[in-house]
Design a protein around this ligand. Structure first.
Ligand code: ATR
Length: 277
């Protein structure tokens, strides 16, 4: 195989990344003689790694924690999406120049398009959390045309500054989580409910039955947030589809074929995560 027909995912640590499984599946599906490799790159080695892309040793790749913000100032061109989100997850070389974008908002929206397409007609969405992941979700809700995007967070000051930055509404954490009836789409972007972290103190009893609840966490697949929403009859969307969809634009840029997000790939990932689906 030509050494330059390779893409990568870099991070530190990187062992947990499922991206090689996704891209490996698509490479096989298209019978592409290429590779997608996982590399542990320490922040002190990032610049050197980027030089190897400029030299044509890679088509491009994905970057994850802790490089997503740093990348913005190390490439030649940053897309408006990545600039607004304040982080990049996809990089590629074009005529010796490095480009970076962020595909998380795309992945989030495409996942909801698959499982709850009515989300686009929502007037009011509620984004819970004000960390890195929430920025892509806020951007997607604004792009979908939601009239009011409300941001709440345990640490309210962070929600307030994010709401100001994106031109959204900010609401009190406790009150809003107890009174969900105003929202058509409710999204958890926090790590609450993962591992030993206690679940969100959210009350779906007042939520509308036609509301959509989405969690961007995919491990566990059935987060306490989704289980509670389902118990109250809401349409629920888990996070695994976002993980797969966010990989599509990168693959298309590097290998020039647009891959499909299939139930087969979803099952493959769930099995790898030890989930039954
Ligand atoms: P990410 O990049 O995945 O968004 P992050 O930037 O560390 O990760 O943000 C984590 C988010 O989960 C934050 O909104 C955090 O709330 P705080 O800003 O108050 O820390 C939220 N979070 C983490 N644990 C939580 C918990 N037990 N209950 C509620 N929110 C929690």
């Amino acid at each position: 195989m030509d050494k330059s027909n390779r893409a990568f995912v870099i991070g530190h640590p990187i062992a947990h990344s499922r991206s090689p499984l996704i891209h490996g599946h698509w490479l096989e599906e298209f019978s592409i003689n290429g590779a997608y490799e996982k590399h542990d790159v320490h922040p002190s080695q990032l610049q050197e790694f980027l030089t190897s892309i400029r030299r044509g040793q890679w088509l491009g790749g994905n970057v994850t924690i802790p490089h997503k913000q740093a990348l913005l100032s190390l490439v030649d061109h940053v897309t408006p999406e990545a600039r607004q989100i304040g982080a990049a997850n996809t990089v590629w070389a074009e005529n010796g120049k490095l480009h970076a974008t962020n595909t998380d908002a795309y992945g989030f929206a495409a996942n909801l398009d698959d499982f709850a397409p009515q989300w686009r007609n929502a007037e009011n969405s509620l984004v819970i959390g004000a960390g890195g992941a929430s920025r892509a979700v806020i951007q997607a809700c604004i792009s979908a045309g939601h009239k009011t995007v409300t941001v709440v967070n345990r640490t309210e000051v962070k929600a307030k500054s994010l709401a100001e930055e994106f031109g959204c509404t900010n609401a009190a954490y406790a009150n809003t989580l107890q009174d969900t009836h105003r929202h058509d789409v409710i999204i958890n972007t926090t790590s609450a409910g993962m591992g030993n972290i206690p679940p969100l103190p959210i009350n779906f009893a007042s939520a509308r039955a036609d509301a959509v609840a989405c969690d961007i966490v995919y491990s566990p697949l059935n987060t306490p947030f989704l289980v509670a929403a389902r118990e109250h009859g809401l349409t629920t969307v888990d996070g695994i589809g976002m993980l797969i969809h966010q990989a599509v634009p990168g693959f298309e840029i590097w290998f020039t074929k647009k891959p499909q997000v299939t139930s087969e790939l979803r099952t493959l990932l769930l099995r790898d995560l030890g989930e039954t689906g």
